[in-house]
Design a protein around this ligand. Sequence first.
Ligand SMILES: [Fe+2]
Ligand SMILES: [Fe+2]
Length: 162
Amino acid sequence: MGEMAQKISKVDKDELLKALQSAYAEEWLAYYQYWVGAKVAEGIEKSKVVEEFYEHANEELKHADWLAERIIQLGETPLLDPKLWNEHAKCKYDAPSNPDTKVLVSQNLMAERCAIGRYQQICEMCQGKDYITFNISRKILKEEIEHEQEMEDFEADFEHYL
Ligand SMILES: [Fe+2]
Ligand SMILES: [Fe+2]
């Protein structure tokens, strides 16, 4: 981190990097959960679910990219070993062992709610203290909120099939 960048930062750097590394691990797991879920999905509204899952997967990967860049800027290396992802992630990976679209959507909905909590936490940590990380977290938070809504919309659609 540059000299002036360090001087203006008022946030606890260790605490922030810990949260960013966790978020980074969570994004990769979220990416994979959507991506592999799209591959195996079966059942009601399959084509719409698959399309939405791929779209979300791409957005989770983009979030991982933004986080990696910020982690590097703050002077750390993003977790290099995927084996560490589970250890650092608070939002756990839920393997889509049941391919039913209803089950997949409810698993991903839980993951989205966890992600919303994560970015709310990082925004609160950075507000007024680290504008760059705050902006990244706010941008991600906005998209996680949209993801949650889209999963809830699927659940509402599924009701019509009962
Ligand atoms: Fe994300
Ligand atoms: Fe998401």
